[in-house]
Design a binder for this molecule. Structure first.
Ligand SMILES: Nc1nc2c(ncn2[C@@H]2O[C@H](COP(=O)(O)OP(=O)(O)O)[C@@H](O)[C@H]2O)c(=O)[nH]1
Ligand SMILES: [Mg+2]
Length: 379
């Protein structure tokens, strides 16, 4: 993916590419990537397998959270939490940008090329990068900016606007007096169960009557794990035994939720079922159960994606989008990665809004996704 820019850098004599040429290049790159993907058969089966391996690793070596000491004073307050969670992304991103926009540099094609490289290496992706840089060029021209130091705030503004334009439906579907059913899906190890624990607690604190359904019946440990979050947040959970039919769990939970005037029912699901076909069949059945037995309920199907997987998160979204309606994303583990920029291709290229972000393993390490705070936190 980098080759195109690298080649350009090594041959300064090559003429500047037009937007169309760049887009063509990008399209070529993407189709090449896709055919490579096909060749490598990066199917959901593999993604599932890979994530299982990863999660086994996690079980053996729990991730140590590195909290930078220079962020110590940022530990309090709402915004500081996001800022701390995004420390790794910010560190890589801003130091590169600040070096780039020093006043003794010229605003020319080389500068824009270097900027493109920085954005791409921050996992922002080729297509989104080109979109951002083209808009930046236009703005710089329109505002007659001559001092490179003035580029930084303009870039920040453009990057925030991009996220806003593509994040119109970023709220959960919640309405007073109506049941909302939130189905949480994603491959194994991305943070589904943890996120449900955090989200349930958050919604409860916002005054909602919350219930959990333990529809990941694949392993007993999965049910126990959700149970722990439920008792931590003092939230009711409906569960069956290991190996039970997930749809039966959800059916019972819907019945119980109605009887108890629950506002939000959040359903955990399994990310590891022998293979993709089973996983997708299971999801289909669960969706049908909810459609049938909670016809009048508000629905959200949230896909959980692990930010540390970078571009792989895009493949996961593509795969799941093919088989089920995804109303939103929750991007987890932003605290452990410099790949936070992946939020751009997820929203700009695949058009699914990010609703929440996970910035740690504690019960309150979840935030509503807000484009302004996000951009503020990575700059
Ligand atoms: N650092 C960090 N770890 C997380 C976050 N969300 C989940 N995890 C960890 O990721 C691992 C897998 O989470 P889990 O909820 O079991 O994933 P599931 O298989 O999708 O249900 C656990 O060790 C979690 O503590 C997050 O936002 N930040
Ligand atoms: Mg789980």
């Amino acid at each position: 993916m980098f080759d195109f820019f690298k080649k350009k850098k090594k041959n300064p004599d090559i003429e500047e590419f037009t937007v169309e040429e760049k887009e063509e290049k990008a399209a070529d790159e993407i189709s090449q990537m896709q055919s490579e993907e096909e060749a490598n058969d990066t199917s959901l089966d593999e993604i599932v397998e890979e994530s299982e391996e990863r999660s086994d690793l996690v079980e053996e070596n729990p991730i140590e959270l590195e909290v930078q000491s220079d962020d110590e004073e940022e530990k309090t307050g709402f915004f500081s939490k996001i800022k701390m969670g995004l420390a790794k992304t910010r560190k890589q991103f801003t130091s590169n940008l600040k070096n780039l926009f020093t006043s003794n540099v010229k605003i020319d094609d080389d500068l824009y090329e270097e900027l493109e490289e920085i954005l791409i290496s921050a996992d922002i992706g080729m297509t989104s990068t080109i979109e951002i840089v083209e808009e930046l060029k236009d703005e710089i021209k329109a505002r007659s900016i001559k001092d490179p130091n003035e580029i930084y705030p303009v870039l920040k503004e453009i990057m925030a606007n991009k996220l806003k334009e593509n994040n119109l439906e970023n709220k959960l579907k919640l309405e007073k007096g109506k049941l909302s059913v939130i189905l949480v899906i994603g491959v194994n190890g991305v943070g589904k169960t943890t996120t449900i624990g955090k989200l349930a607690y958050k919604l409860k604190n916002e005054g909602k009557n919350v219930m959990l359904a333990a529809a990941d019946t694949f392993r007993a440990a999965a049910i126990d794990q959700l149970g722990e979050w439920a008792s931590r947040g003092d939230i009711e959970m409906i569960s069956h035994k290991e190996g039970a039919d997930p749809s039966a769990v959800i059916f019972d939970a819907i019945k119980s939720a109605r009887a108890k005037n629950v506002d939000v029912l959040i359903c955990d699901t399994a990310g590891r079922l022998h293979n993709k076909k089973n996983l997708m069949k299971e999801l289909e059945k669960i969706n049908k159960t909810i459609d049938t037995h909670a016809k009048d309920a508000l629905r959200d199907n949230l896909l959980i994606l692990d930010a540390t997987t970078g571009q792989n998160a895009l493949s996961q979204l593509r795969e799941f989008k093919n088989v089920t309606d995804i109303t939103g994303l929750i991007l987890t583990k932003l605290d452990g990665t410099a790949k936070g920029g992946v939020i751009y291709p997820l929203q700009l290229e695949l058009n699914v809004p990010v609703k929440y972000i996970g910035v740690g393993e504690s019960i309150d390490d979840i935030e509503e996704f807000d484009p302004d705070s996000f951009v503020e936190a990575i700059f």
